[in-house]
Write a protein that binds this ligand. Structure first.
Ligand SMILES: NC(=O)c1ccc[n+]([C@@H]2O[C@H](COP(=O)([O-])OP(=O)(O)OC[C@H]3O[C@@H](n4cnc5c(N)ncnc54)[C@H](O)[C@@H]3O)[C@@H](O)[C@H]2O)c1
Length: 147
């Protein structure tokens, strides 16, 4: 049985799903950490089941592998931006350029053994980076609501 999170993701990429108050065909989605394990699998599902423009932001750390996304890059189905979620200016620029309606956040330091050897990078990406992403999202979506 699918978990609640899986159900939500599946509903969002279902081909007959229509987001309230907007035309889904014109949507842009931001996917962070898309070159990692979970992100890559999500992107293939989203590319197949939705018509949204998919923009993938990934720093390509040791955990990221762009080769996994090569077919989608070659076909132009996804756009790739190499960057860090801690880079607030970069995030703001991406929101300004693409006007994302949805954000899927998979960028993370995810390997527990590494967190014991070097916790700084974990706090930076998982806490500060997530905060930067939330700030950029709130700023962009508040601006849209105000307008
Ligand atoms: N793998 C699992 O079984 C599993 C299960 C449940 C939840 N999760 C969660 O899902 C998320 C993704 O997990 P995963 O297994 O795909 O991780 P992963 O380590 O395979 O991939 C992480 C991706 O994030 C990118 N990244 C790292 N730091 C970044 C930064 N500062 N800016 C931009 N990109 C950055 C890496 O390059 C990589 O592509 C994590 O939050 C993890 O805790 C994973």
């Amino acid at each position: 049985m699918a978990s609640m999170a899986q159900e939500v993701l599946l509903q969002m990429v279902r081909s007959d799903y229509t987001a309230p108050a907007c035309n889904r065909a014109q949507e842009s989605w931001l996917i962070t950490g898309g070159a990692g394990f979970i992100g890559t699998n999500f992107i293939y599902m989203a590319a197949e089941r939705s018509s949204a423009k998919l923009v993938v932001l990934d720093k390509l750390t040791y955990a990221g592998n762009l080769v996994n996304l090569q077919p989608l890059l070659d076909s132009g189905r996804i756009e790739f931006v190499r960057g860090d979620i801690c880079d607030q200016a970069l995030l703001d620029r991406q929101f300004g350029t693409h006007g994302f309606q949805r954000v899927f956040h998979f960028a993370a330091e995810s390997h527990v053994d590494r967190s014991i050897l070097g916790p700084d990078e974990f706090v930076k990406t998982n806490v500060n980076g997530t905060c930067c992403l939330l700030q950029a999202t709130r700023q962009a979506w508040e601006d849209k609501t105000d307008g």
